[in-house]
Design a protein around this ligand. Structure first.
Ligand code: AMP
Ligand code: MN
Ligand code: MN
Ligand code: MN
Length: 278
């Protein structure tokens, strides 16, 4: 059986490995097909593709785009097999990274009001590029002792109920899907069980997504329960969407998530990669 993992991050977004190290780790873990899908960033794809070629594994060029749906809900759309040079996609991602910087400044302001000074300076010093995420703030808060671990950093500070929560004003879902499609890629809804949506809202998300040209749903991802996987498989089949799988690997520091592990699709669930290798 081919081992496929279509969702992962490098240090060009909020992962900790270089694209080269990520691909090497995938190879060690027995992955045959890996997608690098950094948040709103494609800068790591060239290096990842070079390393994959050297090691004889297939690198799918991907991206994970932050979009806003029905006003202020953030949804992540994974684009697979994109042309990272396509101007619509490139310009779109640049605009999202600009919003990331604006939002990060607001997060730092809120932290400052709570007595945590210099967060902006310290976090951007470490990040060194535009694709700043809440993960970077979380690592900073843990390192400085303001939270005991990443979970707590989100719960206490950065998550939707946290003291320094700032909602991003991303592009619309329609725009995100169009950038991916214009760049020759396939749009996939990332981690659908992770948005805290009611079943009805999730149905409505999937309906909108499909009407706007989306074609895939992540049916298996990190630490989904059996019930969640069955529900996502059923959702995909009912809406005639192709199933994707991905670990959402960020770092070897997370002992629970490994590249290519536990990503088997349930039977009778049409895989998005089925038609790629004919
Ligand atoms: P952002 O795109 O800047 O809003 O940051 C979102 C990222 O934060 C996600 O891609 C995850 O990597 C990370 N994240 C969100 N919630 C948590 C959590 N509870 N624990 C650890 N990481 C999280
Ligand atoms: Mn992330
Ligand atoms: Mn995501
Ligand atoms: Mn991700």
């Amino acid at each position: 059986m081919m081992v496929v993992d279509l969702h992962s991050h490098s240090f060009y977004s909020d992962g900790t490995l270089s694209p080269r190290e990520l691909v090497q780790r995938a190879k060690q873990q027995g992955v045959d097909v890996l997608a690098l899908t950094d948040h709103d960033e494609v800068a790591g794809l060239k290096e990842a593709a070079e390393e994959a070629e050297m090691l004889g594994i297939t690198l799918v060029k991907g991206v994970e785009i932050s979009v806003s749906w029905t006003g202020n809900r953030t949804i992540h759309i994974v684009g697979l097999n994109i042309d990272p040079e396509h101007p619509h996609l490139k310009d779109g991602l640049t605009s999202i990274r600009e919003e990331r910087v604006r939002r990060a400044k607001k997060i730092a302001d809120r932290l400052e009001k709570c007595g945590i000074e210099n967060a902006w300076r310290d976090v951007t010093e470490e990040v060194g590029f535009e694709a700043v995420t809440r993960t970077h703030f979380a690592r900073y808060l843990v390192a400085r002792g303001y939270a005991k671990d990443m979970q707590q950093a989100f719960k206490k500070w950065l998550g939707s109920k946290g003291k320094a929560y700032v909602v991003g004003k991303w592009a619309s879902m329609e725009q995100g899907i169009n950038w991916i499609t214009d760049a020759g890629g396939q749009a996939v809804i990332a981690h659908p069980p992770r948005y805290d949506l009611t079943r009805r809202k999730l149905e409505s998300l999937v309906t909108d997504f499909k009407n706007l040209g989306g074609i895939g749903l992540e049916v298996v991802s990190n630490r989904y329960s059996k019930d969640e996987i069955a529900a996502m498989s059923s959702l995909a089949r009912r809406h005639d969407l192709l199933a994707s799988v991905g670990s959402d690997f960020h770092s070897p520091d997370n002992k629970y998530i490994e590249l290519g592990q536990n990503l088997k699709l349930p039977p009778d669930t049409p895989a998005i990669w089925q038609e790629w290798f004919n």
